[in-house]
Design a protein around this ligand. Structure first.
Ligand SMILES: C[S@@+](CC[C@H](N)C(=O)[O-])C[C@H]1O[C@@H](n2cnc3c(N)ncnc32)[C@H](O)[C@@H]1O
Length: 416
């Protein structure tokens, strides 16, 4: 059967695949990554993408349904709809099982580690909805707020995103039209003193929408007014977060991840700690409180906006040095000798080449490294690099900080 886009065939679905789908095989035996299906199901698929090695397809009819299947909360979470959520058609228990399998598979494949991985909810009783505190809506030609179709530049108009927080909905951003703009980014966190909205416009200039407050306006990436800042409370600490800075996206993530990192790092008073890719200092502050005034925390982050926030967030902690720089083998070698504990939380790509080696060869040598990651493959690759240098993974926790999507957060502890 010639496999063209739009071809349909029936398939039995196997294990979860990285990228949000599940593995099946076409009648000719070609590996097919199927979205909107579940393991064990018999489904009719329609091919959406072809290549010489594999196919991508959407399940368009469920012939034999899995007991894990549920009704998606969002009408756009189906074939041809919004690409943001991969797993809305699966129960939360099943979603976490898939994520655990994806982590275990990458650890085995890339680092030779065999372990069963249990994924914990971000917070007890998480419903999987109303968690997303930051959304960037692209704007279509009619000025409507949109999200992207899966692996596509196609824009899907969105009036209500059920995974977004009530605070995002309260801003009312999706009730307006923004002709001429490229994107509207919103930050609405239940533990923040204010919501933030930032507009990005194309070369034609910008429009102000008076109903939306707290806006930083930018034209072609250049900020025309300073971005608004929110204060977000996380346990006993408050963090300045400006609209340009990264902040953990799940409403419970900052608290849950901080607790997991502090448990993993087990720093002692007087120690020297490195917080790499440190953002606004979410981990820096509790690490500094744990090492006390006789200790040192060196935090390295390349974003000037995030480090400006971080300097405000640590101004009462003289044991902290905030460094605005990319994390590189050179910054590690220059700034981090004498470090006892390293916490590293890079973006999805993981640590760039050479950084894990540089961390492993610091003198006189750290006693513990905590790798935080939202990507099982780059996490496993970085663990494998550390293993090559004589370190090993001693524990791992996985947190469901991105319900309804294939994404998952990992906190791994490595020791020599
Ligand atoms: C996943 S966030 C973690 C931030 C922080 N740990 C937190 O939980 O809020 C990754 C951070 O790494 C920063 N970043 C990305 N690439 C970087 C690089 N090459 N060097 C330093 N920082 C980088 C980003 O700006 C972002 O703040």
């Amino acid at each position: 059967m010639p496999m063209e886009i739009g071809t349909e065939f029936d398939v039995t679905i196997g294990k979860p695949a990285a990228g949000g789908g599940f593995v099946g095989r076409s009648p000719d035996g070609i590996v097919t990554f199927v979205r909107h299906a579940l393991p064990g199901e018999r489904v009719r698929v329609r091919v959406t993408e072809t290549s010489s090695k594999f196919l991508r397809a959407d399940a368009v009819a469920i012939l034999e349904a899995s007991p894990d299947r549920v009704e998606p909360a969002c009408a756009l979470a189906g074939p041809g709809g919004c690409g943001g959520c991969d797993y809305q058609h699966a129960s939360l228990v099943a979603q976490r099982r898939f994520k655990g399998q994806l982590i275990a598979e990458q650890l085995e494949r890339l680092a030779g580690i065999t372990m069963a991985v249990t994924v914990e909810p971000a917070v007890k009783g998480d419903t999987g909805l109303g968690w997303r505190t930051a959304v960037r809506f692209s704007i279509d030609e009619e000025g409507r707020t949109c999200l992207h179709a899966h692996r596509s530049s196609e824009l899907i108009p969105v009036e209500h995103c059920p995974i977004a927080t009530d605070q995002i909905h309260a801003i009312g951003v999706t009730t307006h039209r923004y002709p001429g703009m490229e994107a509207v980014s919103c930050f609405g966190h239940p533990d923040a003193d204010t919501a933030l909205v930032a507009f990005e416009t194309g070369p034609t200039g910008f429009l102000q929408t008076p109903e939306v407050t707290g806006a930083g306006l930018s034209v072609d990436g250049e900020l025309l007014t300073p971005p608004a800042r929110a204060k977000v409370t996380v346990g006993p600490n408050r963090f300045d977060v400006s609209s340009e800075s990264f902040f953990q996206v799940h409403r419970a993530a900052a608290r849950a991840l901080t607790a997991a990192v502090m448990d993993a790092a087990r720093v002692q008073p007087g120690e020297q700690v490195a917080d790499l890719y440190s953002g606004v200092g979410l981990f820096t502050v509790p690490l500094a409180l744990a090492v006390g005034s006789d200790g040192v925390v060196i935090s390295i982050e390349r974003s000037t906006e995030a480090t400006a926030d971080a300097r405000r967030n640590v101004r009462h902690l003289s044991q902290v040095q905030i460094v605005t720089a990319p994390v590189t083998a050179r910054t590690v070698a220059d700034l981090l000798p004498g470090t006892d504990v390293i916490v590293m939380d890079p973006a999805r790509d993981g640590a760039a080449k050479g950084i894990v080696d540089a961390l492993c060869s610091l003198a006189p040598g750290a006693r513990r490294m905590v790798f935080v990651s939202c990507d099982p493959a780059t996490f496993a690759r970085d663990v494998a690099r550390a293993q090559d240098q004589g370190w090993h993974l001693v524990s791992l926790r996985a947190l469901d900080l991105f319900p309804e999507t294939e994404h998952v957060e990992i906190v791994g502890v490595l020791e020599r």
